[in-house]
Unconditional design. Structure first.
Lengths: 112, 113
């Protein structure tokens, strides 16, 4: 199975700071069709995960432009340019390139 | 708007089965695959499998073959997941998700005698 390793496991920030989360894959996530099926989710306390970014860098409907996804191959990054209170929670990367699809272990974003 | 309404929490005994439901609304049910995902504190998020509501075709994570069975009822726009031979390790929150984008609210399953 593809292993997605997220770092850091937890991240303490001040509101307005930039935050950066890394997701490294044990295999390249570029599919044979040329697309890279790497997504990012945020799970707020008591809620279901919500999609933020799909195919590495595409913001899902309604997601603010302070969320920026980048990367290729095996290395991916989610940046939040100016953290706001509603951004707190656990972030997960997810790959749908290789069967079985797998999730990273999560990064908890919290206030300092 | 897209909504996925999942069935309520279950407390079930080891060795039994349970069938969870996920009622879809706000879109054409047969036009998008439905995924099922397991979440536990210890193992995190795990993808269980996917079903094509139009054809009924399924694909499972090998880890969940024999454990989970995915079906749909097109007449009611509802997806189902049956979990069999339950053990305490099956205790988790289970989510359905339309494609990768829209998730239900989750169903808590507790396996305990």
């Amino acid at each position: 199975d593809v292993v997605l390793t997220q770092t850091p496991v937890s991240l303490s920030v001040t509101l307005g700071d930039q935050a950066s989360i890394s997701c490294r894959s044990s295999q390249s996530l570029e599919y044979s069709d040329g697309y890279t099926y790497l997504e990012w989710y945020l799970q707020k306390p008591g809620q279901s995960p919500q999609l933020l970014i799909y195919e590495v860098s595409n913001r899902f409907s309604g997601v603010p432009d302070r969320f920026i996804g980048s990367g290729s191959g095996t290395d991916f990054t989610l940046k939040i340019s100016r953290v706001e209170p509603e951004d707190l929670g656990v972030y997960y990367c997810f790959q749908a390139t290789h069967d079985p699809w797998t999730f990273g272990g999560g990064t908890k974003l919290e206030l300092k | 708007q897209v909504q996925l309404q999942q069935s309520g929490a279950e407390l079930v005994k080891p060795g039994t089965s349970v069938k969870l439901s996920c009622k879809a609304s706000g879109y054409t049910f047969t036009s998008n695959h439905m995924n099922w995902i397991k979440q536990t504190t210890g193992q995190g998020l795990e993808w269980i499998g996917i079903i094509n509501p139009g054809s009924g075709g399924t694909s499972y994570n090998v880890k969940f073959k024999g454990k989970a069975t995915l079906t749909v009822d097109k007449s009611s726009s509802t997806a189902f997941m049956q979990l069999s031979s339950l053990t305490p390790e099956d205790s988790a929150v289970y989510y359905c998700a339309k494609g990768i984008a829209y998730w239900g609210q989750g169903t808590l399953v507790t396996v305990s005698s």
